[in-house]
Structure formats: C-alpha cells, structure tokens
Design a protein around this ligand. Structure first.
Ligand code: PEP
Ligand code: MG
Length: 885
C-alpha cells in the first residue's frame, strides 16, 4: 500500500477531492500542482498513517513508510538539485500538519528542517548570506525545541524561553528589528536556544537530519491528540478519529533579502466581501512572522510598489485559483528572489457579511447558481450580519484604534487571560478578552468572550482569524494599548496621556472600525445590505417550511416582519402581565379567595389585553397570529417583598399576614410540573374566558378598521384530550360571543409539549385545528431534565462527550424527535391536513430546523433575530433532500 502522495515538479498524485486522505492542505497543494501553479515540490504522508499511529501508538508506522519517504525525498532532491543533510548543497524542508477539516493554528509547523552546524555553513555559502542562513537556523531550533522537544512557556502570562532569550540577544546587540541582527548575534541565539533545550528537556538538539525529520513527523501526528486540537474539534464537531496528514515540502525562502517576501492573501476582502485582493506581507521574513504578530505586516497593495512583477503574478494566480475553486480563497505565498511560490490555498474564512456578499457576487459573476450559493451559506453565521452596531448618532469619542479584524460591536468587562474569560462568562458576565496577542491556548477564552482586543498582530493574526471564524467582534494591533497581564492592568497611551484600565472595567469595541471606547456605548440594530435581500429571494424560492416568530410585543413583531416572518407562532400572553401597571391586578387575581374576586381583577386586565392583541393584529396585518393562553405556574407572579405584599393587601382590603399565608399555600415543590398551563383554566376557567374575550374583541375592533385579522388561539400543556375538549368549547363560545357578529375566521389548537400528548396525539387532534410543539417543555419532560437547573451540570456532560450537544439548544432527533414524528403521524391520521409547527427555542437552530423540514412540519417559529437564519436553514434542508414538497 502507498502511504504517501507526491506533488510539485510536474507531478500531482492527488486532487482537491482527496481531502479525507491528504488533508485539506495536502489535497489543495496537489490540486495547485495539477493545474500548473508554482508549488515547491514535496509529498504528503496520508491520514491513514495517522490513523495507524492513533491505533498503534506514537512512533509506530506502517511497514514500508520509511522507504517511501526516502524515495520521495530523493525526488525532491533531484528536482531542487540539493541533498538532504549535505554539507555542500543541503535540502531544507518544511513539515506541516493538514487535517481534512480546517483546524487553524491547532496543529504544528516546522520550517527549515535539515539544518545543523554543517548544513548551515553550506546554506550560508550557497546563498552568499550568512545572516540569512543563521536566521533560518535559529528559527528552526526554536520551532523544533517547542514543537518536537516540548519546551513550553512557564505559565500563561510568560513568554516562551526562546522569545525571552531572543529579545535579550537583540537588546545586547542593539538590534531593533529581527532582520538587523548580525550573523554573530544569530549564532549566539542558536547556541543559547540549544542550551535551553538541554536545560529544559535533558536532551540534546539532534544534528542528524533524518532524526530531525522523523521527530517532526512524529510530533505532527502526536499533536493530533494535543488538548487544544481536541478542544477545537469538540467546538467544531470534528471527529477525533479522522487524523491529520503530514506535508513535507522543499523550503523556499522569503528571508533571503529585500527582494524576498512572505504573506497571506484573500482573493476577496474577508470582512466585507468586496472583490479586491486583500492581505498582508513582510519582506525579508518567513511565513510564521506574518501570522505570529512579531512584526506588523504591510497591506498587500504595498507589494505592487516593492515587487511589482511578483505582485502582478500574485494577482493573476489569485484569480486563477478563485475561478478554479469557485470560491473566495485564502492563500499563503512566498517570494524568493522575486519569484512567486504558492504554499497553500483554501476556502477563506469570512464574516457573515462577506459570506453573503461573496455568495451573491459569485452568482452575479456567473460562477455559481443560486442553489449553490444558498448551500454555501452557513445559517448560524448570518447572526453576525444581524448584530447591532454602535449608534452613529451617539458615538462617544474613541480612546484607541486598532485594526477592524472582525465586525460587530461588543460591550463587556475586561479580563486578561483566557481562563479568567471562561470563568467570568460562566458566572454570567459579558467579558472582553484583552491580550498582547492570542494563541491557540486561548481558544476557550475567546469562545467565552463577547469581544477580543489585542495590542499586536494584524488582520490575519491568530486573534483575527479565530474571531472571524467564531463571528466575534475583534480589534487587533491596537498599538496604543499596553497590556500587563500578570498585574491584570492595561494602559492606553497617546496624546500625552495614559488611561489606566483594570480587570472588570467596561469597554466597548467596534470590530467594524477598530475603535475602542471606555464604558458602554449605545448600540443600534444592524442594517442589512442589498445582497441579503437578493439571497433571501433565492432562499424563499427553495424552502417549503414557513417561518414565523415568537413575539409578545408590537416592536418585536415589527422587527420580525422586517426579517421576513410570515406570522406569529407564539405570543406568550403572560409576558404582558409583568408590566408594572398590570402586575398588581394580576396578583389580585391570583390571590383572590373566590371567583368573584378573580373576575373583578380580570376585569381590570381585560382592556389591557385587548389593546395588546389589537396592536399585534395591526402589525401583522392579516398574517396569522398565534396567541397562547396563560401558561406559567402562578407563583411566578406572586408578591415576594414586604412592600409588594403590603400593596396587594391594601388593594384587596386584607391583612398582610393573610397574603403571606396565601403565598405560602400557592408555593409548589415542582412548579414546572405543577399548577400551570391549561390546568389553570380547568380549575379557574374564567382566566381563559377573559383572555378569549379579549382576543375576540380585539379581532372585531381591528377588522372593523379594515385590517385582515387571523387569530389562532393556542392552549398549552395539554396532557389528556378531555382538557382540550372542555377548554376548546369554552374558548370558542366566548370568542364568538366577543366578535359581536363579525365574521372572522379563527382556529383553536394546542401545544404539544408532554410525551403523553405525543403518544395520544391522534385523540388530541380530534379537538385541535393545529399542533405546535413546545420543544422546551417537551425536551424537559422527555429527558426529565429541569429547564431551569440543567445548566449547572449539562456543561460537564458536553465536556465529557456524554451528550453531543445541549438538548435545549439542538433538538434531539432520536428521543424528542421520535416523539414529534409520532405525534405528527397520530395527529394527521385523525386530521389529514392538520397544520403542525414548532415554537420552542429549537425553531431558530439550523440543525433543528432541518429536522422539522424532514418531519413534515408546516412551520417553525423563532425569536425575531433568528428569522433569517431559520429561512436559510429551511431552504438548505429543502435543497439537501431534493424536494420542496
Ligand atoms: C415550549 O415549551 O417549548 C414553549 C414554547 O413554551 P414555553 O417556553 O413558554 O414553556
Ligand atoms: Mg412550554
């Protein structure tokens, strides 16, 4: 069996479609070689080998691998006219990981492998540049020391020893920039690095180039199981068994002098989607310098002036690659003595806004069909496009400015370590992670933070790339910021002043402009660009599911309509009860000792509810409005403080002690399984009666204004058909009486949110015009997991992989989903055309929307900001199963 595939020098033993075997990097290197792009020759050790290592242990390779590697190296030697380990014409290689799924920054890279005291002299002689040769060597020893030999930073706050040593060498040799160091200084650095390796690990740095190579290959395979790779895979749902490939490739050098450079570029702007070559480069540097934030890179446009021929070639190849892959590409390149080499291409990570613009523009350019464009949209990422931004009319003065690395606005309290970010967020704080720069170890803190601010690094630094991927606001390279992480302080210097910041202070970031503000800045809702309208037209033409919204107020309903909601799927009437001028009447109703008392309080509530419903009908203007009758346990409305008790006692003309006693009497051990939902109306029918009357009167009033109204009255938490039979009769009678002769079509349906209701859905359907799955309660009751308390231990379940995802966020297809399917079948067996929807939180989660499509639901209902996400998810689900109906 073959364990490696070769590329470059006129050979390509693979294509882009071989990602599972060659990893993303290896497959695309092969593809670039296949279409004739300048790729330095090399070879890819396949993911099968990694899986062998995972199964048999580190250092255990399949038979024959060593011989194959030797043979492949010989081909590279011939093509480059060099020899690995040779004292005259040495071959140097890079060794890089490359998994089938992109895991940026998670795995390790080693450059300049093949250097030792002998080959470095040969490299110096060949290049005529001894400083260059020793610069390569010091980089290699440090990378090898860290990645292969395991030299680590002493703590999260401290730099790696190599960085400390190198800074010290620079200081002693009075060099401001890395490239100012002399050969002697670099030699000194190499000696000190090797001594540090021996001190820290007890092992000598290996001079033998084959030992170096196998050490590096082994380290890349071993890094598959390092904690940060593991964490990234969990975060992104990547299987831990697929393994990584290893790419071994002849080095080309961007650090041979000023006619050399290295950089990264996107074929379109990854923040806005604008069609322009976008990226950064450094002259006289090696790859890692650009992303590591060691030096601040220059924008790609400046390359045109410095190395015009190489720039023109880069522009040309960027277009070739984008046209070839029919998507925006993220490229890595090196220019060696004016000649351009491509080192990597992959689909570029982009903001939600860029995702939409690029997809729409590619259709307009004739490169994609609308269908392909919709399938390229990650629905969850649309969230960013809909995020609020800082109010332009009330914009406070900025105190600092960095690069706008990832858009949106974030307000939060500052923390200085990833661990603090995760801990504070766990306590419910909104935090901004402030760092000099970030590294893959910080991922958990970046995930927990609402925004990220760094003082170093460019648009393609780790912080920028990861934040963009997560859809998180990020400002990088904020050079006036001085961070002192161990002291938990920072300072913003400039204009002759210094503003001190400490842990816990609130700041606001504008990731679209790069500005930083002290304190919280006022935010305004997002403005949607023209492209999203076009995209949504395509989306709507593909989807079958209708998308409604959960809205209790006219303003939410208006927002949802602007996002394309096709009706209200859930209006929780109890939310209207909490307004300050109403709560007293509600408390009077609950605490009244008899029906007369309850009716008196309900009489106060009636006109208020009528007004609420009338306004919702006006906003929705003929679209269906599903109004759910009172649902929560009554104790939620009870007075708790002494002042509240006194207020209710005075209103009811009773002593405070009597109210206190009544409150105690109403307290339940398990309120979520208690006196709530339609059970309230079985015991106190007048509650639903008054609500049905308010809906009827509101409908008649608005219809009289010439507005079409379409009420759907929904009864919650039904467990037996008899509940619905009785309450339907009560509601229908009252509602029709309230219409006062107006002819308004209406329906009465039920929520299905208990397992029993799913099982007897055929019987419940006899009394229902529609079903709406309350998947919040259905998940709670199916799992026997409290909605209110499960958050305390569910993270541990997710962490340990006992559950794949939080079932309250992502609908569980096997358990809860099976009950839904059962209920849909049962309901439609009784009433073939029964309308069925979902109004739990899952209605806005893309994978759950996919399930709803496949289960044959008619609509999903979600919070207003998730409406566009649900529309896209519904279209993708319809396209994925190839049927609209
Ligand atoms: C549900 O249970 O899914 C639902 C929508 O109702 P609530 O969240 O109000 O209980
Ligand atoms: Mg519910």
């Amino acid at each position: 069996m073959k364990h490696i595939r070769q590329f470059g020098g006129g050979t390509a033993e693979g294509r882009a479609s071989d990602k599972a075997l060659l990893g993303g990097k290896g497959a695309n290197l092969a593809e670039m070689a296949a279409i004739g792009l300048p790729v330095p020759p090399g070879f890819t050790i396949t993911t099968e080998v990694c899986r062998h290592v995972i199964a048999h242990g580190v250092g255990h390779y399949p038979d024959g691998l060593e011989a194959e590697v030797g043979e492949a190296l010989r081909r590279v030697e011939q093509l480059t006219q060099t020899t690995f380990g040779d004292g005259h014409q040495p071959l140097l290689v890079s060794v890089r990981s490359g998994a089938p799924a992109s895991m940026p920054g998670m795995m390790d890279t080693i450059l300049n492998l093949g250097l030792n005291d002998e080959t470095v002299a040969a490299l110096a002689a060949r290049s005529g540049n001894a400083a260059f040769a020793w610069d390569c060597y010091r980089r290699f020893v440090a990378m090898y020391g860290e990645v292969v030999m395991g030299v680590v930073a002493p703590s999260e706050h401290e730099d790696l020893a190599f960085d400390r040593i190198f800074d010290d060498v620079k200081r002693r040799h009075r060099a401001h920039r890395d490239q100012d160091l002399s050969e002697a200084a670099l030699r000194e650095a190499v000696g000190l690095f090797k001594a540090e390796i021996l001190r820290a690990t007890g092992t000598t740095f290996p001079d033998d180039v084959r030992t170096q190579l196998w050490g590096a290959i082994g380290a890349v395979f071993a890094s598959w199981n390092n904690p940060r790779a593991d964490y990234y895979r969990k975060l992104n749902g990547i299987s831990s068994t697929i393994g990584t490939a290893v790419n071994v490739q002849a080095m080309v050098f961007g650090n041979l002098g000023d006619d050399c450079a290295t950089g990264v570029a996107f074929t379109r702007n990854p923040a806005t989607g604008d069609s322009e070559l976008y990226g950064e480069f450094l002259t006289n540097a090696q790859g890692e310098d650009v992303v590591a934030g060691v030096r601040t890179p220059e924008p790609i446009a400046a390359l045109a002036a410095k190395l015009p021929a190489a720039h023109a070639e880069l522009v040309r190849l960027a277009k070739v690659l984008e046209d070839h892959f029919r998507d925006m590409q993220d490229l890595e390149f090196t220019i060696q003595r004016g000649q351009l080499f491509m080192l990597q291409t992959r689909g570029g990570k982009r903001t939600g806004r860029a995702m939409v613009k690029v997809a729409v523009d590619l259709v307009r350019e004739g490169k994609l069909t609308p269908r392909e464009a919709v399938l390229r949209i990650d629905p969850a990422k649309l969230d960013e496009v809909l995020h609020p931004t800082i109010d332009p009319k009330a914009r406070p003065p900025a105190v600092a400015k960095g690069l706008p690395a990832s858009p949106g606005a974030a307000i939060g309290r500052i923390v200085f370590t990833a661990t603090a970010a995760a801990e504070w967020a766990q306590r419910g704080e909104t935090v901004i992670l402030v760092r000099t720069d970030t590294s893959p170890e910080d991922i958990h803190g970046m995930k927990a933070a609402s925004g990220i601010l760094t003082s170093r690094g460019g648009m393609t630094s780790h912080a920028a790339v990861v934040a963009r991927g997560m859809g998180k606001c990020c400002v990088t390279s904020c050079t006036s910021l001085r961070v002192d992480a161990p002291k938990k302080t920072a300072a913003i210097v400039g204009g002759g002043q210094e503003r001190r910041l400490k842990e816990g202070d609130t700041i606001t970031l504008d990731g679209s402009t790069g500005e930083v503000f002290l304190g919280p800045a006022p935010l305004v809702p997002a403005r949607l660009g023209e492209e999203i309208g076009t995209l949504m037209e395509w989306v709507d033409s593909f989807r079958r599911l209708k998308i409604r919204t959960n809205a209790d107020t006219p303003s939410d309903a208006r927002t949802a309509r602007s996002f394309g909601a096709e009706g209200i799927g859930l209006c929780r009437t109890e939310h209207m009860f909490f307004q300050p001028e109403r709560i007293l009447a509600v408390r009077e109703m609950i605490l009244a000792s008899d029906e007369t008392g309850r009716r008196a309080a309900l009489a106060i509530i009636l006109p208020m509810q009528r007004g609420d419903f009338a306004e919702l009908f006006r906003v929705m203007d003929g679209l269906p409005v599903t109004i759910r009758l009172l649902d929560p346990p009554l104790h939620e409305f009870l007075p708790h403080t002494a002042a509240e008790i006194d207020e209710v006692a005075a209103a009811l003309g009773k002593p405070a002690a009597a109210i206190t006693a009544k409150v105690a009497e109403l307290t339940e051990a398990n309120p979520m399984l208690g006196h709530r939902g339609c059970r309230l109306a079985i015991t106190f029918p007048e509650i639903y009666e008054i609500q049905a009357r308010a809906i009827g009167e509101a409908a008649a009033e608005v219809a009289a204004e010439g507005v079409a109204v379409h009420p759907e009255i929904m009864i919650p938490l039904v467990m037996v058909p008899e509940e619905l039979r009785r309450l339907r009769e009560l509601v229908a009678r009252t509602f029709e009486a309230a219409l006062g002769g107006a002819n308004i079509p209406y329906t009465i349906g039920t929520m299905i949110e208990l397992p029993r209701a799913c099982v007897v859905a055929d019987q419940i359907a006899v009394h229902a015009d529609f079903f709406s799955f309350g998947t919040n309660d259905l998940t709670q009751t199916t799992y026997g997991l409290s909605r209110d308390d499960a958050g305390r231990f569910l993270p541990a379940y997710l962490e340990a992989g006992v559950l794949p995802s939080d079932p309250f966020a992502v609908l569980d297809p096997e358990g809860v989903g099976a009950l839904i399917e059962l209920a849909v079948r049962g309901g439609r067996a009784t009433k073939p055309g029964l309308k069925v929807g979902i109004c739990g939180e899952h209605g806005g989660d893309p994978s759950s929307v996919g399930f709803c499509h496949r289960a044959g639901l008619d609509y999903v209902s979600c919070s207003p900001f998730r409406v566009p996400i649900a529309r896209v998810a519904a279209a993708r689900a319809a396209l994925a199963d190839g049927r609209k109906e």
